[in-house]
Write a protein that binds this ligand. Structure first.
Ligand code: GTP
Ligand code: SPV
Ligand code: MN
Length: 583
């Protein structure tokens, strides 16, 4: 047994005082035992074995349905190192506070120790974590989302290079809920929550917050990005990564099915990842990306056989559903936007008898499925590739009812970093708080950057400035609204029309219009054959309105002020140039 791992676990045991300790081995019989126990306690409900084999429903506490950004902390020695966009606590103070909460919190309970690998075991990209938890739901979810068990400990050997994750659902007391990260100690303490990104510590806590800090120090990137492969009629597969804020379309884009006309011509999309990308420079200077996860923790509402069949099909076996509707007639699940037939005899996400006629939602807006990546019909054959995939493009995007055009290309890498650093999006149900409020969410990393975001911008500049091998950077917006509040762009599968333009731009095969914000396609270069979109509407979503963008530039200036002298000079210069271009 690795002595550092043992010492870490011993400390957790001494503090939380569980009745029993169980090491998760990855053994099938052990997993089966845990499922049985979770069914007995009601933590998991077994679903219809014929229709949804080996699938379970879980309901979280009513006060615990999303990430809690207000209670998420970066605990590094110097406040400045957490930066203006993170909550900060001094580490010793944080440990003292947390120790008070964790003291004896697992009395009468079992503590589970989960050794897990982010990334394929043995890949140079991969990193190891140990998560301690008192939740079987967390154990079973981590088994889907990561690579788990003895083989991970074997890979770790005597190394001290692992992230120490200490989760306790404790009493699920909101007033004592803390998601604390100690980047300088490689440690995460998460207490009083049992939900998703707060507790599946491999995901946002490790693979983004801790990993972004490691990545800056080690010269790579940890990003909130999907990774997809797009094969064109020439048979060559290109790879792109895209950063959209939470619930803004990563899973959907990563799994899109092109419209028939495109399929017939030989277009194909394959999924490498839907939420997180770890990116390193390869020997050839290219930017290579892996998905460190092993499953999808995807938004359920809106997922259906039309919008995202690949996601829905991924959840038809071996999956866990959280906070969706239970159809008691056949013991299956339902959510808003799955089809137009809400079940007649149903129980809503709160565990109450529910009738859709009462006008309430049956599934929580942030209800999710946890599904193994290998279930995905379009999973890429590079999914497990230890060397990752070479990126042609990086795409930023978000929900902007106005302002941002359907797509534009940055002028160069540093301009692309400016585009990412200034991006904004309307908030969603993925985090607690108001929905639909426009906020700046640089690189879709606002809630996930584990250090000073000004330094993060500089790291981005350093990674690709002047580098001919660096991916080209683009921005997309599927969410432009017309005056009646309808989406102008059809989105989903039709987004391949935009990806096609992006790839052609990367390869210098198509022209563009030079605008103050970057290169925008001419309307005739976006193929809208078969689409229900007027020429006027297409023109409209490809137009850069100088008046609107002058306001945008002023708002970016305000946003940049937050970073003080940590704002890279080059980004200040980019803003100045934009303002001049808009005159
Ligand atoms: P996280 O898992 O929270 O990081 O989210 P995500 O970025 O993977 O978001 P996801 O793909 O699950 O999309 C969330 C919401 O965006 C769903 O309600 C989708 O229906 C909607 N959506 C996704 N793609 C499109 C699109 O192209 N057009 C429109 N109008 N809506 C979209
Ligand atoms: C997100 O909020 O961006 C998610 C879901 O992907 S969670 O894992 O809860 O963070
Ligand atoms: Mn996410």
């Amino acid at each position: 047994m690795n002595r550092k791992v043992k010492a870490f676990v011993d400390n957790c045991v001494a503090l939380a005082k569980p009745d029993r300790v169980i090491w998760i081995t990855g053994d099938k019989a052990q997993i089966e035992e845990l499922r049985k126990e979770a069914m007995q306690t009601g933590e998991m409900i077994k679903l219809n074995e014929e229709l949804l084999p080996n699938c379970y429903l879980h309901r979280s506490a009513l006060n615990d349905v999303a990430r809690v950004e207000g209670r998420t902390f970066i605990c590094c020695k110097k406040k400045e190192d957490a930066g203006p966009t993170n909550n900060w606590m001094e580490p010793q103070e944080a440990y003292k506070l947390l120790e008070g909460i964790y003291d004896g919190c697992m009395k009468g309970r079992t503590m589970y120790i989960i050794p897990y690998s982010m990334g394929a075991i043995g890949s140079n990209f991969s990193k190891i974590g140990i998560e301690v938890t008192d939740s079987i739901y967390v154990v079973l979810s981590m088994i889907i989302m990561t690579r788990v068990g003895d083989k991970v400990l074997e890979q770790l050997g005597e190394s001290n290079d692992f992230v120490r994750g200490f989760h306790a659902k404790a009493e699920l007391d909101e007033s004592k809920r803390y998601i604390c990260h100690f980047p300088e100690d490689n440690a995460i303490w998460s207490v009083n929550s049992g939900y998703g990104g707060n507790v599946l510590l491999g995901k946002k806590c490790f693979a983004l917050r801790i990993a972004s800090f490691q990545a800056k120090n080690e010269g790579w990137m940890a990003e909130h990005m999907l990774i997809l492969g797009i094969t064109k009629p020439d048979g060559v597969t290109r790879y792109v990564a895209a950063a959209f804020p939470s619930a803004c379309g990563k899973t959907n884009l990563a799994m899109l099915i092109p419209p028939k006309e495109y399929l017939d011509k030989g277009y194909k999309i394959e999924t490498v990842g839907d939420d997180i990308a770890w990116i390193r420079k390869g020997k050839d200077g290219g930017f290579y990306a892996v998905n460190p996860e092993n499953g999808f923790f995807g938004v359920a509402p809106g997922t259906n056989m039309k919008s995202n069949p690949n996601a829905l099909l991924s959840t038809r076996k071996d999956s866990i559903f959280t906070n969706v509707v239970l159809n008691t007639d056949n013991n299956t699940v339902w959510w808003e936007g799955m089809d137009k037939n809400p079940p007649k005899n149903a129980i809503n996400w709160k565990g109450e008898k529910w009738d859709s006629a009462d006008g309430t939602k049956g599934a929580h807006p942030n209800s999710r499925f946890t599904a193994p990546a290998i279930n995905c019909p379009c999973i890429s054959d590079k999914f497990e590739d230890p060397d990752g995939v070479k990126l042609s493009a990086i795409i930023f995007g978000g929900r902007r009812a106005k302002t941002a055009p359907l797509v534009y290309q940055s002028k160069d890498w540093v301009n692309g970093v400016f585009v990412g650093a200034s991006m904004a999006s309307e908030t969603t149900a993925a985090a607690t708080g108001a929905v639909g409020v426009l906020r700046r969410d640089p690189m879709a990393m606002l809630p996930f950057c584990g250090y000073n975001m000004g330094d993060y911008f500089q790291h981005w500049i350093d990674m690709g400035e002047g580098d001919a091998n660096a991916p080209k950077i683009f921005n997309v917006n599927w969410f432009r609204l017309d005056d009646d509040g309808n989406f102008i762009w059809p989105g989903f599968g039709d987004n391949v029309r935009v990806l096609d333009w992006i790839i052609d731009r990367c390869e210098g095969k198509i022209g563009a219009v030079d605008t103050p914000i970057g290169y925008v396609p001419s309307p005739e270069d976006i193929n809208v054959k078969g689409l229900d979109i007027t020429e006027e509407n297409l023109k409209d979503i490809l137009t850069v309105d100088r008046n609107i963008w002058r306001d945008e530039a002023a708002s970016v200036e305000e946003h940049f002020k937050k970073f003080g002298d940590k704002l890279p000079q080059k980004l200040a210069a980019q803003l100045k140039t934009l303002k001049e271009n808009l005159k």
